[in-house]
Design a protein around this ligand. Structure first.
Ligand code: HEM
Length: 266
């Protein structure tokens, strides 16, 4: 199973062009969902107005070299290693899910567009990356969902309590899990039995929810977070600090209670 391109087998019953069109529609849904989200929340407008305001209180003008260095550091730390999440399991779970998803999506696109036709031979690396990516997404996503989600971790809600904010993580988990099960059942060669078809339908539906739900879910954080991290680090480098006061030059006195319990209430 792990070295089989599931989309190649699928192309025996569903034309490759239909699967390719599905991917294009999903990409459009993401673009439309993000644009409507930007228009509705006015977050990008606020972001640029804030950046302009902060620039006025800059203590120094950054050279192009300094700006480039800040951006490179932000990409290599804040973005590629999600350093915002600090050291620990929250960051490990996110990295598992993030890189798993990137591998899963990348391998899907390559296999669907380059290796779905009857005369093609898929190099083993792509199905392996697809399956490994899906497994990493399921592991990282479930770890976050069952144990690390703020509602469960800090607010003592049961893990099965579902709210709108869970749409992204649940749709992501469902798409990776249903994709894996579909690929497994298809590789068993069950000769026109219903099992793999059911999971293919579930895989399609979960992708519709994931990519069609961008406006209502946290999907777009993967575009907003990198922009916000670059702006934050640039504003620290030019001294404007996003118009926030500098840290107080005084000893930290929080009282004895501060050591009694690890901070985890947001
Ligand atoms: C393919 C890219 C990415 C995927 C699949 C992904 C996935 C996720 C998921 C599933 C969550 C949990 C959402 C929830 O609260 O329900 C999450 C949260 C988060 N993501 Fe991402 N993410 C991606 C990219 C990024 C990037 C580039 C950054 C930062 C630069 C980032 C920073 C965060 C942060 C700070 C949280 C909150 C974590 C928490 O509450 O523990 N993510 N992400």
């Amino acid at each position: 199973m792990i070295t089989t391109n599931p989309f190649f087998i699928l192309s025996e019953t569903v034309p490759a062009i239909a699967t390719q069109s599905f991917v294009i529609v999903m990409a459009f849904l993401v673009i439309i969902g993000t644009l409507v989200d930007i228009i509705h929340k006015k977050n990008v407008k606020y972001f640029f107005e804030n950046a302009k305001k902060a620039k006025q209180s800059a203590k120094k003008t950054l050279t192009t070299g300094e700006k480039t260095s800040v951006i490179i550091k932000t990409v290599s730390s804040d973005i590629l290693t999600t350093s915002e999440l600090g050291a620990g399991k929250r960051r490990v779970a996110h990295l598992l899910g993030m890189y798993g998803t990137i591998l899963f999506w990348l391998a899907s696109v390559i296999m669907i567009f380059c290796y779905s036709s009857i005369d093609s031979i898929t190099p083993n690396i792509w199905p392996i990356l697809w399956h490994v990516g899906a497994i990493m997404t399921v592991l990282g996503g479930s770890w976050f969902w069952f144990f690390l989600r703020a509602d469960v971790y800090s607010e003592a809600h049961p893990w099965y309590r579902i709210i709108k904010a869970d749409l992204f993580v649940l749709a992501l988990l469902a798409s990776a899990l249903f994709g894996l099960i579909w690929s497994f059942l298809q590789s068993l060669n069950l000769n026109n039995r219903w099992d793999d078809k059911l999971f293919l339908i579930l895989f399609i539906i979960s992708n519709f929810v994931l990519f069609g739900g961008v406006y209502w879910s946290k999907f777009a954080h993967m575009f907003y977070k990198p922009g916000a991290a670059i702006q934050k680090n640039l504003s620290e480098a030019d001294g404007s600090r996003d118009n926030l006061p500098p840290p107080a030059d005084a000893p930290k006195q929080y009282g004895l209670g501060i050591d009694r319990e690890k901070a985890k209430h947001y």
